[in-house]
Design a protein around this ligand. Structure first.
Ligand code: ADP
Length: 190
């Protein structure tokens, strides 16, 4: 099994590049953001719990997120591997994921860091909001999400760097050019 983490701030292009990776490498996509939004639109118990947290642009508590992620992985035993998009977002989540995979004799093979500066993020999300209508794409909520990224999520990078798993890719440029760099990184670790 080949497991990949796609990492970067909100608006880095994780979802866009994930779609291309899935198509080429046939990995199963796990986006915790998409999963939470699905629970919210289906009004499940979990959805009720996290609705306000997402709307505020804050991170969902680790315990809830980790449990949901592990259930999703367990429900797909026959896949070639996973692409984790939006997870892990905290060091405890990264540690939990390592332990969970290790217990199954698996590991994270590569962490792809999509590098994008803050000005570009803000522009992209302002554009996206016109189409997505996502409440957390509002400018004031976006500030919160970027705060959460720089206070909690950024620490996930040194965690994986110390395991020598991170490849940084410039996230600014043409979608296909970025994907070419991503493919090269995957091909050299697969
Ligand atoms: P973004 O475009 O900001 O990367 P996502 O769609 O990945 O957004 O996530 C949207 C929201 O879902 C986050 O702001 C957060 O509230 C919640 N969320 C997603 N993944 C996680 C996670 N791993 N840990 C905690 N909260 C999460």
């Amino acid at each position: 099994m080949y497991n990949l983490v796609i990492f970067g701030p909100p608006g880095a292009g994780k979802g866009t590049q994930s779609e291309k990776i899935i198509e080429k490498y046939k990995l199963a996509h796990i986006s915790t953001g998409d999963m939470f939004r699905m629970h919210i639109s289906n009004d499940t118990d979990l959805g009720k719990k996290v609705k306000q947290i997402l709307a505020d642009g804050l991170l969902v508590p680790d315990s809830i997120t980790i449990e949901m992620l592990e259930e999703e992985v367990k429900s797909k035993p026959d896949v070639k591997g996973f692409i984790f998009d939006g997870f892990p977002r905290t060091v405890p989540q990264a540690e939990a994921l390592d332990k969970f995979l290790e217990d199954k004799g698996l590991k994270i093979n590569l962490v792809l860091q999509l590098d994008v500066n803050q000005d570009v993020i803000k522009e992209r999300i302002a554009e996206r909001q016109k189409i997505s209508g996502r409440a957390d794409d509002d400018a004031d909520k976006l500030v919160k999400r970027i705060d959460e990224y720089f206070s909690k999520t950024i620490h996930v990078l040194p965690y994986y760097q110390s395991q020598d798993k991170v490849t940084k890719v410039n996230g600014i440029g043409k979608i296909d050019d970025i994907f070419e760099q991503i493919s090269a990184a995957i091909d050299s670790t697969i």
